[in-house]
Design a protein. Structure first.
Lengths: 276, 745
């Protein structure tokens, strides 16, 4: 019970008044319809139907192994890289089914960026890490690249810390800086959607705070989906929250409502820390 | 409280005696094994290095005995010594031949001839044991020392005598100031004599026995050598076969006569060797290909005959080397009967020992009083010297004069060569052969072999590794990787055998067809891909991964076969039906059957597994999350492979290439069998090579134990050892740095 009140407080502090109103008018960016997914013979996701709003932060919560990461990977077809994955149902982004034969997953991934739990900068310089996506697209002009690199690093709130050492190896950065570098790297290709799989789970509170702050700024332009195990984080940063359990979507709704007044018993148990 | 701390746990487990014992034992075993391996490697290195050491030990000379001859017969003029360095002999100023036992100064033999006459010139040739001398009355005699000894005990001398083998008469009134006499290879006696007036006479006699009648016939001839210049001849030399007489003049020129027909000597050539300098001594070096020339100013140089198509006689004399100078006139030059060593002696009594090939002056012969004459012992391992106070015998220890750093690694102008070259030719048909120990052609061959092997192996192994590590379905990978690794188990002698006896002839016969096929095969992949794309997407998606290969194979086989059929046609059109002739006529290259292409394939085949395995490991161990990161940014698999995985794995791939290179460098059987073992320095693909390792295998049967070749082979072994050691160490260091780098990602 203590936890619930604490969460409610957090929500009261962080939620901008009127946010909920705008939420109601927000267009669904991602619509998932009757999604089932199997790893070989084992089913990992069951009948997921959900629609995620545009320019909002959606949080996925749920106990370990419930399929949050799997579902996140469905959204940019990263599961294609895993052998023996099979799925049914539809995933519409901006109204287009991304599992349609005509969709090129490579192009899709450019529009749906992903940040991983463990930061994974390439063993290249800071500059080259950020410029990587643009170089893939064939951009060579130094001036244009410089501009994109600076803008992305500014957006990722890393510019001031690294502007004097752009040509140093990215692996020399701190963990939090590396994660922000990965965000900058994803932003540099100008995606519409950012998928973040526990982006701050390996970071200290200060770095976590920076990333969360970043999300507030980024949602002005991007649709963000975040997986987290940190209830406070979900409550602080997200507008809508989805609770997964054993491969099923148990409850989905406005974050404030999920945390203050969950309709399902399982959700409440999970949020209050009775299991998971 | 029942809490146990970490140290408690540790103590508990360690106090178990059996565990502690096995822990100790393992530690000891591992450290003994590890240091043992290091020690063994170090010991091998030390052993190899030790075997090469004598090559670098400077020559030494050691006084062995001396004697004081009696003056009653006159003073000694020239001396010689027998092969065991026990008997010293010579001719005295009064024309007496004397022989002494060097151990006790006892006179062993004396032969007085024309006791009233005085000596005008004398010459000693230790190789045949002859002394030639001439008297004021114009007699020239050639005598040979005969030492009879107990065959079982060469030390015990039964008797010594002199046998006159030649006798000539100079025209009356002429006094000879220099004489050269030799027992020639055909058994004849040749003598060249220089008179006070500068004329050169050549005397020759040969006794032949009629097999049927048993009668002996002596042919004799004497002639004055024709001179067409007004120069004054100052010294003469005669070769060991009686074909050439060489004279030096006061204007620094060498005159050469052909005396093969002793009745009619002909003047052959005049070569300016030293403008303005009066030559004072000249002598043929062992092998008669080179002359050593000394001048009145004390300089010593060597000149050699080289082939010259422009000259009417087909050869010319060219400068070879300069040796350390004396400070006064060179009086005599004596050569070693066994090697390319020679002694120069000057007026002030300075005697220097030089070595022709290396152009080095090895040592100085020193006697208590002024030296007058010095000669080698017949085996070349000693020197007999004549000085004011008697005869002194020296032993010289100089087992490997023919090797120096410059010989091994530098360009050297050998006898008979017009310019300095890198040449490896360890032995020749004759004893007077000048060994050529340049390791450069072998190092070159080693590099060339490894280069061609990598040219073939590196792209193949690398692309195979990229494909299996990054693109192939795990099922394919599980088949390909062990298969390639099994390739490594194929004994290299089998590969060499197949390459030399099957592949080399096949390649020679259908070179154009094979090349055409090799060019077409990569191109055939393109139609394969088109074919794959033409198949309906629904079908290709349902087929198991890796079945795209099925689409490529038919076009691969078809186009390969097309290349095979096209070959003869292309040969007909481009190369006039015979590519070997075309190569020779148009490009001026010959096609050896066992050539670099054969080696490239065979040795490439041998190094592919190691390069493949190591680079495949390097590629697969690039962390998965880097791949994911790149793909999530919208990179294709190919872009990810090229821009992220390959650069990250590049140190590992580099180290794979290095280790492959090290393998190729050390590989022996394949190169031994498939290269033809020609020590050339030619990058051409159609000629063979000889590598360091194959050279050792080839030469070992020819190398006498502890001989120079034996030690030079150890030098090459040392090089090989160092080379592979350095390459493998560098590769290993890079691999370890790589591992560290991954741990931080
Ligand atoms: N590559 C895979 N192959 C087979 N099964 C997988 C694979 N990845 C995930 N799974 C299975 O799918 C289920 C869901 O996994 P998923 O990683 O999506 O869970 P999660 O909710 O992200 O858990 P966590 O919170 O621990 O990250 C698990 O049972 C897992 O074992
Ligand atoms: Mg997860």
């Amino acid at each position: 019970m203590e936890i619930v009140t604490e969460l409610q407080q957090t929500l009261a502090e962080t939620m901008v008044p009127g946010n909920l109103d705008t939420d109601r008018h927000s267009q669904p960016k991602i619509v998932v319809d009757e999604l089932n997914l199997w790893y070989g013979e084992t089913q990992a996701l069951y009948d997921i139907t959900i629609s995620l709003p545009e320019r909002r932060v959606s949080a996925f919560i749920g106990p370990s192994g419930c399929g949050k990461s799997t579902f996140l990977r469905v959204l940019n077809r990263m599961n294609d890289l895993i052998d023996d994955v099979r799925l049914t149902g539809r995933v519409l982004i901006d109204g287009k089914n991304i599992y349609d034969g005509s969709v090129d997953p490579v192009t899709l991934r450019r529009h749906v960026g992903m940040i991983f739990q463990k930061s994974n900068p390439f063993p290249k310089s800071i500059y080259e890490n950020v410029a990587y996506g643009q170089r893939l697209l064939g951009k060579r002009k130094k001036a244009e690249l410089d501009e994109i690199v600076e803008r992305s690093l500014v957006q990722a709130a890393l510019w001031d810390e690294v502007k004097d050492r752009l040509n140093e190896p990215a692996l020399g950065l701190s963990g939090g800086q590396m994660q922000r570098l990965c965000i900058a790297r994803a932003l540099a290709v100008e995606p519409d959607i950012l998928l973040m799989d526990e982006p701050s789970s390996a970071l200290d509170p200060i770095a976590t705070a920076k990333i969360e702050e970043l999300m507030f700024e980024l949602k002005e332009k991007y649709t963000i989906v975040i997986v987290t195990h940190n209830m406070q984080q979900a409550a602080r940063v997200s507008d809508v929250t989805a609770f997964f359990y054993l491969g099923r979507l148990i409850e989905f709704g406005e974050t404030r409502k999920i945390f203050t007044n969950p309709t399902k018993k399982q959700t409440e148990d999970y949020i209050t820390g009775r299991f998971g | 409280m029942n809490k146990t701390t970490a140290s408690d746990v540790e103590r508990n487990t360690l106090t178990q005696p059996s565990r502690r014992l096995s822990d100790r034992l393992a530690t000891i075993l591992i450290s003994v094994g590890g240091t043992g391996v290091i020690l063994v490697v170090a010991a091998i290195f030390v052993f190899i290095a030790y075997e090469t050491l004598p090559l670098w030990i400077p020559p030494s000379i050691e006084h062995s005995s001396s004697l004081k001859p009696s003056d009653t017969l006159g003073t000694l003029h020239v001396v010689g010594v027998d092969e065991y360095q026990l008997v010293a002999y010579g001719v005295t100023s009064r024309g007496a031949l004397v022989a002494y036992d060097l151990r006790n100064s006892r006179m062993l033999a004396v032969e007085l001839t024309e006791s009233s006459d005085t000596l005008s010139a004398a010459y000693s040739d230790v190789q045949e044991g002859t002394v030639t001398w001439t008297t004021r009355s114009g007699r020239i005699k050639v005598s040979k020392i005969m030492v009879s000894r107990n065959p079982a005990q060469p030390e015990s001398i039964r008797g010594v005598s002199f046998k006159e083998i030649g006798s000539f008469q100079v025209p009356p009134g002429i006094v000879i100031k220099k004489v050269v006499g030799k027992q020639l290879r055909d058994g004849g006696i040749g003598t060249a004599a220089l008179s006070d007036g500068g004329e050169v006479y050549y005397f020759h006699s040969r006794t032949t026995e009629n097999r049927i009648t048993g009668k002996t016939v002596e042919e004799r001839s004497e002639s004055q050598l024709p001179v067409s210049t007004d120069e004054v001849i100052s010294c003469v030399a005669l070769d060991h076969v009686g074909s050439k007489v060489v004279a030096g003049t006061d204007r620094g020129a060498l005159l050469v006569w052909n005396v093969q027909d002793p009745d009619e000597p002909t003047f052959v050539e005049r070569t300016e060797v030293r403008e303005g300098d009066t030559l004072s001594a000249v002598e043929f070096l062992l092998g008669d290909q080179t002359v050593i020339v000394g001048s009145v100013r004390g300089t010593v140089r060597s000149y050699t005959w080289v082939a010259d198509t422009l000259s009417s006689i087909g050869r010319k004399l060219v400068f070879l080397n300069t040796f350390n100078s004396h400070s006064s006139r060179i009086e005599s030059i004596t050569i070693s009967p066994r090697s390319k060593s020679f002694l120069t002696l000057s007026t002030d009594g300075e005697a220097l020992l030089h070595y022709q090939t290396t152009a080095k002056t090895l040592l100085q012969v020193e006697t208590p009083s002024r030296l007058q004459f010095a000669a080698f012992s017949p085996k070349g391992d000693g020197i007999i010297a004549l000085s004011n106070d008697g005869v002194t015998a020296f032993r010289i220890d100089n087992p490997h004069p023919e090797v120096s750093m410059h010989i091994l690694f530098g360009r050297v102008q050998y006898e008979g060569y017009a310019e300095p070259t890198y040449t490896w030719q360890s032995s020749g048909g004759t004893d007077d052969f000048e060994p050529k120990f340049s390791l450069m052609p072998l190092l070159f061959g080693t590099m060339k072999g490894a280069f061609y092997a990598l040219l073939f192996a590196l792209p193949l192994a690398l692309f195979a590794a990229i494909y299996t590590a990054l693109f192939a379905h795990p099922k394919i990978k599980n088949v390909v990787k062990p298969t390639v690794e099994i390739m490594a188990a194929l004994p290299s002698v089998v590969i060499g055998f197949i390459a030399a006896l099957w592949f080399a002839p096949v390649l020679e016969q259908s070179f154009v067809a094979i090349t055409t096929t090799a060019v077409l095969i990569p191109l055939s992949v393109l139609p394969g891909i088109v074919l794959w794309k033409l198949l309906p997407a629904k079908l290709t998606h349902r087929l198991p991964a890796g079945s795209e290969l099925l689409a490529i194979f038919p076009s691969l086989i078809l186009i390969g076969y097309a290349g095979y059929l096209l070959g003869p046609w292309i040969e007909q059109v481009l190369f006039d039906g015979n590519y070997r002739q075309w190569l020779y006529e148009v490009l001026g290259v010959t096609y050896d059957q066992r050539n670099s292409i054969v080696v490239g394939f065979a040795m490439g085949f041998a190094v592919i597994p190691i390069i493949f395995t190591i680079s495949e490991d390097a590629l697969s161990s690039v962390p998965q999350h880097l791949t994911a990161g790149s793909l999530a940014l919208g990179a294709t698999r190919w872009q990810t492979a090229m821009r992220v995985i390959l650069p990250t794995a590049s140190p590992g791939i580099f180290s794979a290439a290095m280790i492959g290179f090290g393998r190729a460098v050390g590989e022996t059987m394949i190169v031994l069998m498939a290269t033809g073992n020609t020590p050339l320095m030619n990058w051409g693909p159609f000629v063979g090579m000889r590598t360091l390792s194959a050279n050792i295998a080839v030469e070992i049967p020819e190398a006498p134990h502890l001989g120079t070749l034996y030690r030079v082979l150890f030098v090459s072994g040392l090089l090989l050892f160092l080379f592979t050691f350095v390459i493998n160490t560098v590769a290993e260091l890079i691999r370890q740095r790589l591992r560290q780098r991954y741990s931080t990602i």
